[in-house]
Design a protein around this ligand. Structure first.
Ligand code: ZN
Length: 142
């Protein structure tokens, strides 16, 4: 006697239905945020100002304004900028020991420039990651 029937996969009555929409990849969400576009759809604008997040995406309606990154983007920005500036500053001092005004003339503008250049992309990437992780979403949504 041989078994010819295909195996039946058991599903609990409480099983969650598989998602209908394609799953948003973490990398994709972060790269879209990094570029300043909506992490959910990749079409709309993420920001309404330099660092102000749009209340919602004009294209897909994702409620981007509910995702509160708070202090995380400045922290990540400071962390990254410090890893560029401090070793460079220490190297310059050790190798050439320039006057203090030369240090100030190099490192202060570099620090300011890197910080201003990185704050918006870092905030966008953080919001993309938070969107992927479900931050700022209503309790009933998945
Ligand atoms: Zn969108």
């Amino acid at each position: 006697m041989t078994e010819t029937a295909a195996p039946v996969r058991w599903r609990s009555a409480d099983a969650v239905a598989p998602p209908v929409a394609p799953v948003l990849e973490t990398r994709t969400a972060m790269l879209r945020g990094l570029r300043g576009i909506c992490p959910a759809c990749g079409q709309g604008k993420l920001f309404s100002g330099f660092l102000s997040v749009s209340d919602s995406c004009a294209t897909c309606g994702e409620k981007l304004g509910q995702i509160r990154a708070d202090d995380a983007p400045p922290y990540f920005t400071i962390f990254a900028v410090a890893h560029v500036v401090v070793p460079g500053m220490l190297w310059l001092e050790k190798a050439h020991a320039p006057d203090l005004w030369i240090h100030a003339a190099i490192w202060l503008p570099l620090t300011l420039g890197l910080t201003l250049a990185m704050m918006r992309p870092v905030k966008g990437a953080t919001i993309g990651l938070m969107l992927k992780l479900g931050f700022g979403r209503d309790a009933g949504r998945t």
